[in-house]
Write a protein that binds this ligand. Structure first.
Ligand SMILES: Nc1ncnc2c1ncn2[C@@H]1O[C@H](COP(=O)(O)OP(=O)(O)OP(=O)(O)O)[C@@H](O)[C@H]1O
Length: 239
């Protein structure tokens, strides 16, 4: 899926907002968000607890729909898409690095990382070859055949990362991808994410970790559900 797509606009938020309703109470978690994301960039989203980061990641990741405004993904107005079409769009174009890495514990690391290939209709051999390379890239080449349930938390997270990146998704959504990792493993994770960006993916990452922030191309700040900062990193994110 890689190619000359670096300048392409992947996602656009137009006056997008999300209000949660529980009983009579309404929480405007995100309001009037105007943002555009392109391939080839790693963007870090910062903000205090409750500022709306997860809400924005969920909208950008097509996991939730805005209650106002719209999200345009690959030129398509997602308001018009059924839940089924949205799910297909996610499967073909999006990857997630979330707190719960979503790996299947009874399956081996290799089988987990090969899943996107199978779903995309690649041959089993090709899916496994790509999975093996993705796992080697996160330093799990020696544990390919281990059931994920027998791996450490950081290793599971890396299996999830390998699975997320194995088919070079257009957009990768990450929620605190280095939380609870030691500095060396955190460096490995951010290096893989940067490589994915260099390969043309658009990476959107909520994080407070200086290791992540110093490798960002762009820094967005959220305050009380609004974008209050949107700046380019001076050195454009070291490779
Ligand atoms: N399902 C929900 N129902 C009601 N309110 C919600 C819901 N999810 C989030 N909120 C509220 O929306 C606001 C933004 O929440 P969000 O989870 O996006 O913040 P965040 O910046 O990701 O916070 P944190 O860093 O603590 O994870 C908060 O006030 C939160 O309490």
């Amino acid at each position: 899926m890689a190619g000359d797509r670096a300048p392409a606009e992947i996602l656009k938020a137009e006056k997008a907002g999300r209000t949660y309703r529980s009983g009579k109470e309404e929480v405007a978690a995100l309001t009037g968000t105007e943002l555009s994301f392109h391939g080839g960039e790693l963007t870090v989203l910062r903000g205090r607890s409750g500022s709306g980061k997860t809400t924005l990641l969920n909208l950008a990741g097509l996991l939730d729909r805005p209650t106002e405004g719209r999200i345009i993904f690959l030129g398509k107005d997602t308001r018009r898409l059924s839940d089924r079409k949205l799910a297909l769009m996610r499967r073909g174009n999006l990857g997630y690095v979330l707190q719960d890495s979503g790996v299947v514990e009874r399956m081996t690391a290799l089988a987990n990382a090969a899943l996107p290939g199978f779903y995309a209709g690649l041959s089993p051999g090709r899916s496994r070859k790509l999975a093996r390379a993705a796992l080697e890239a996160v330093e799990l080449g020696a544990k390919l055949h281990r059931p994920v349930g027998q791996l450490s938390g950081g290793e599971r997270m890396r299996v999830g990362l390998a699975r997320t990146l194995v088919l070079s998704p257009r957009l990768v959504i990450c929620d605190e991808p280095t939380a609870s990792l030691d500095a060396e493993t955190a460096n490995l994770v951010i290096t893989r994410l940067r490589e994915a960006a260099v390969g043309g993916s658009c990476i959107l990452c909520a994080s407070h970790d200086p290791i992540v922030i110093e490798r960002a191309d762009r820094l967005i700040t959220l305050t009380g559900g609004k974008i209050t900062g949107d700046e380019r990193a001076r050195d454009g994110g070291a490779p």
